[in-house]
Design a binder for this molecule. Structure first.
Ligand code: NDP
Length: 297
């Protein structure tokens, strides 16, 4: 087996690659930077996929929460193109290949943050830049009629893991006891432990009858305040210092701050129906693991 991973150098992509290696699956990464077992997007455009590719995963995307980058029209274009254009390119390459499975990541911004519960069975309209991005990202992963490749979409919530994403970014303030909820803390925070997200990708790769949309979120719905409490208590720290919403909007731009200040109620109905078993179904279990990993290292 040979899996090609767009964005395989990133946090999610490298965790998927490591999991595949432990199953003796070969991987090739598509990256903007050269390296061993890597090809460039330009190479893909010119030469297509390696001949023996059995599956393709796309987890590429300019990091929206890279706070060293200002939220300018140019940066937003990069955010958009790095997801939509990479899927366009992969679909073109897959169309002329024997690839069996194509999985793209997407985000829960597909669903509106209006307090209603949503599952994969709900069809939603675009309502802002990020929701439009998820619609176009997913549309760009559609394969032409007659193509026999199986396609799946994983709409991911905030990925929680000790070595990347939100936990890595907020570990220090929480460890120093100056962590706290974002804004009111009442907003829902669709989340998933990195191990479970990786396992959902593997589950889709392994099961030929699995296709369509899967919400990459844990079954437990939590608010940002509940997450904050669980994380701080796993680190045996207080979390008294809320980060005011207006400050985030001012520093990060209102459109981007929405990712942290608004949240959707998202349920993984199809994931559970497909027989997937979570290792970290609750926020307490997930956060406890970050605390244990830290204090034992
Ligand atoms: P990372 O920032 O860790 O990795 C992103 C990857 O995308 C890198 O490997 C990078 O590859 C590639 N990339 C970045 N910018 C560009 C660009 N302009 N053009 C082409 N490729 C680019 O992100 P994560 O692993 O955390 O996230 C992966 C995907 O999952 C993203 O699309 C993200 O939106 C989505 N997601 C992540 C969530 C999270 O909480 N982490 C939640 C929901 C969705 P290289 O530099 O090698 O070219």
């Amino acid at each position: 087996k040979h899996v090609v991973i767009g964005g395989g150098t990133g946090y999610v992509g490298s965790c998927i690659a490591t999991a595949l290696h432990s199953l003796n699956v070969r991987t090739t990464i598509i990256s903007r930077m050269p390296g061993p077992n890597r090809i460039s997007w330009q190479h893909l455009e010119t030469n297509g996929l390696p001949n023996d590719t059995t599956a393709v995963i796309n987890v590429a995307g300019q990091n929206i929460l890279d706070f060293t980058q200002r939220w300018t029209p140019g940066f937003k274009q990069n955010v958009y193109n790095s997801r939509v254009k990479t899927n366009d390119q992969l679909v073109k390459a897959i169309t002329n290949s024997d690839v069996k499975t194509f999985i793209t990541i997407s985000g829960v911004a597909y669903y509106p943050p209006d307090g209603k519960e949503y599952s994969e069975y709900d069809k939603c309209e675009k309502y802002d830049f990020l929701s439009e991005l998820t619609h176009d990202w997913e549309k760009a992963s559609e394969l032409p009629d007659g193509c026999s490749t199986r396609r799946a979409i994983v709409r991911s919530g905030v990925v929680l893991g000790r070595t990347g994403g939100m936990i890595k970014q907020t570990f220090l303030p929480f460890f120093l006891g100056v962590g706290g909820p974002l804004g009111s803390g009442d907003q829902y925070m669709p989340w998933i432990h990195i191990k479970d997200l990786v396992n959902i990708f593997i589950h889709i790769l392994k099961n030929d009858n699995v296709s369509g949309v899967y919400n990459g979120v844990a079954p437990e719905l939590v608010t940002n305040a509940k997450f904050t409490k669980a994380f701080a208590s796993a680190l045996t720290r207080p979390a008294f210092f809320p980060v005011p919403g207006f400050l985030l909007k001012m520093l990060l731009n209102e459109e981007r701050a929405k990712v942290m200040l608004e949240g959707q109620k998202v349920l993984p109905k199809r994931v559970l129906e497909s027989g997937f078993k979570y290792e970290y179904p609750t926020i307490e279990e997930a956060c406890k693991q970050f605390g244990v990993l830290f204090y034992s290292s």
